[in-house]
Design a protein around this ligand. Structure first.
Ligand SMILES: Nc1ccc(C(=O)N[C@@H](CCC(=O)O)C(=O)O)cc1
Length: 472
């Protein structure tokens, strides 16, 4: 208790630098693996705070790591700072207003995510220093969560081998421990090559790569009926072969995201999608190459860490929002549909309320109906006991990957939520440092879950971090 209120005061003392960091990163939105400025900002703060620095973790230019302390357990805090394409948006307004046409934006709140994780790591460092306690605290600045799977590459490279527990968080509508699993996910490009020709004078001599992509997508859409209900398959067209209808398209490329509850299920689906692509190539007399871009594992829960974190979050309580916070959140709320709002309440098994911002903790055993995405935190959770906080940075119901998230990304209510997340994370870090039984129980839980199905990286050996994935 004493340790905890002490660490919470520590977070409050140092928070202004990290709120500023979050706002600066918000203003320089950089997508998957292009986070040169954002990672430099995190690196500069790590240096300022006196952490020992590792740059280019796993050979990734925008992955950084800072460590402080000696001996004892290793507590890892995971941060992110990548943005999303096409979500440029002014802050503090409740209407879509891009700052830059076609520009990027922090539509998943990773400006807050990375800064609060670094805030928690720094507060734990200060606590270790003050108590002259053994233990090492690390901050991992992880790029490209939005599809680049940097953490999966960092895990494969051994970056987490000697970490004892990992703690992170994600912006959300709610104040809760994350207990929902996430889906294993592979991103693969299917690159078709045909033969160009005059589409009117000699169509019979051309073989269309675009036709192949269209047939492949139709085939996959027929597969949907026959896949597990939790599986997800979606695609984006990266290359349609050109802008001229009168030139038979000799090249085309489609990027697929293929998800399922676990790796065996996902791998089976990847194989089926690959077969459909081969079928489309056969039908069109084109060639197809499948190129895996990145892949992540499903998330493993960790019961002892979840229980310990929940107790801390209960004690801490949700952030204290004032009337100005609630007024702005209410304006954002008015841009949402009733269905948006009902849908997030449904995910925690609650009936909708009129609250603009969450002022309650979601019970650990709520009857959830989870909306399931994917995250590369999944891979960390297979090798290190891992737990995550959800803190209410957005008006309840705000869907992620939208302008509304970007618009709220620098608001006082988001700042309060990021600080509260940092307090919960730092509180758990100190608890793990002072109660070794917790780490032992967390490790035993992970061992139990992985004895029969040990971790296998979802990344084929030949696949390197797709540093140019955003430039294609
Ligand atoms: N608490 C969250 C964690 C992840 C995401 C998310 O959107 N992740 C991407 C990343 C996918 C991936 O890593 O494969 C996705 O699901 O499409 C959203 C909220």
């Amino acid at each position: 208790m004493d340790n905890r209120s002490n660490i919470w005061r520590g977070v409050d003392t140092i928070k202004p630098r990290f709120v500023d960091l979050s706002d600066r990163v918000w203003a320089m939105p950089e997508v998957c693996y292009t986070e040169a400025r954002s990672s430099a900002e995190h690196l500069a703060e790590l240096r300022h705070q006196g952490f020992r620095i590792t740059e280019q973790v796993a050979g990734i230019p925008t992955a950084v790591m800072g460590e402080w302390g000696e001996g004892g357990p290793v507590i890892a805090f995971l941060g992110e700072y990548d943005a999303l394409p096409g979500l440029s948006q002014e802050a503090g307004v409740a209407e879509p207003r891009p700052l830059e046409a076609g520009g990027h934006g922090h539509g998943c709140g990773h400006n807050l995510l990375g800064s609060a994780a670094l805030l928690a790591a720094t507060a734990v460092k200060d606590w270790l220093a003050e108590h002259k306690a053994p233990g090492r605290v690390r901050y991992y600045g992880c790029p490209a969560e939005e599809g680049g799977a940097a953490k999966a590459f960092m895990v494969r490279d051994g970056a987490f081998d000697d970490a004892d527990i990992a703690i992170t968080w994600h912006p959300s509508s709610f104040w809760e421990v994350v207990v929902t699993p996430s889906l294993a996910n592979t991103r693969a490009d299917f690159i078709f090559t045909g033969r160009t020709s005059h589409a009117a004078a000699s169509p019979h001599l051309g073989r269309s790569a675009l036709d192949a992509v269209e047939l492949m997508n139709v085939g996959v859409n027929y597969m949907r009926e026959h896949m597990p209900s939790d599986a997800r398959v979606h695609y984006a067209l990266l290359d349609t072969g050109g802008i001229a209808p009168n030139v038979v398209q000799a090249h085309a490329r489609v990027r697929y995201s293929i998800r399922d509850r676990d790796l065996p299920g996902m791998n089976e689906l990847v194989e089926r999608v690959h077969k459909i692509a081969q079928g489309a190539a056969l039908m069109t007399e084109t060639k197809v190459e499948m190129k895996i871009i990145s892949a992540v594992s499903n998330l493993l829960p960790n019961t002892p860490l979840e229980a310990a974190l929940h107790r801390i979050m209960e004690e801490l309580g949700p952030p204290h929002f004032d009337d100005t916070d609630k007024d702005f959140a209410a304006k954002i709320r008015s841009t949402l549909t009733d269905k948006d709002i009902a849908s997030v309440y449904h995910s925690i098994g609650m009936e909708p309320t009129d609250r603009p911002l969450a002022d309650f903790i979601v019970p650990l055993n709520a009857k959830r109906n989870p909306q399931i995405g994917s995250t590369d935190v999944g891979d960390v959770s297979w090798v290190v006991p891992t737990v995550q906080v959800h803190a209410p940075t957005v008006a309840i119901g705000t869907p992620f990957h939208t302008w509304q998230v970007v618009a709220q990304g620098k608001s006082p209510h988001a700042h309060k939520a990021m600080v509260q997340a940092a307090k919960a994370m730092a509180g758990l870090g100190v608890r793990a440092l002072t109660e070794p039984d917790l780490i032992a129980a967390a490790k035993a839980d992970l061992n139990k879950r992985t004895t029969r199905t040990p971790y296998v990286s979802p990344l084929p050996d030949s696949v390197a971090p797709p540093l140019d994935m955003s430039l294609t």
